[in-house]
Design a binder for this molecule. Sequence first.
Ligand code: DX5
Ligand code: ZN
Length: 219
Amino acid sequence: MKRLAPSILSADFSRLGEHVAEIEKGGAHLVHVDVMDGHFVPNISFGATIMKSLAGKTSMPFDVHLMIETPDKYIPEFVTPQTEFITVHQEACTHLHRTVQLIKSLGVKAGVALNPATSLSTLDYILEDVDMVLIMSVNPGFGGQKFIPGALEKIRELAMIREELGLNFEIEVDGGACLDNAADLIEAGVDIMVAGSAVFGAPDIPKRAADFVEIFSRY
Ligand code: DX5
Ligand code: ZN
């Protein structure tokens, strides 16, 4: 099943609970939680306290995207009964294998994200340990950026590698996803689609989430 993970980075933080209820009403599957430290990326967002304030307010699992340096220090804070994924950046991890094992040892699925300029080959020796690979289709740091077209081919290649190796990690795409490119992304191999501004910037948030889910249901 293809899943939609709206990014609350594009929500109105003063109405976060209502906004999360709206995406759930539209049939979204996961809450994408963008954590930025002002070091790994040139922006600061929020930490685990904000995410935890949503616990129990929605039944959707949390999909945590850590855009931070030294993630090992903070990973345990994001572990809750509702946390499905914790994703770290390949570029931010000196000992990626250790970090992936840490996440899994805490009972959470481990994801690894790649920036647009980072090669898939950097994951050659970790692919069989990961539950998800996140392909960034913008340079991380901000919502509302334009989709970088090269990401599409990267997703196709990753899906091919997955098949050749007989692995079953999920493929997530993050950045600039919208109703116009959703079908192409799913056809390329995406299992989980992050969408921030395309969902929370819509005049009718539940309807926009439902429109994405309708596209997914064709596959
Ligand atoms: C980018 C974040 C994304 C972003 C998605 O740094 O990781 O999750 O908020 O937002 P849109 O869909 O607006 O590009
Ligand atoms: Zn993200």
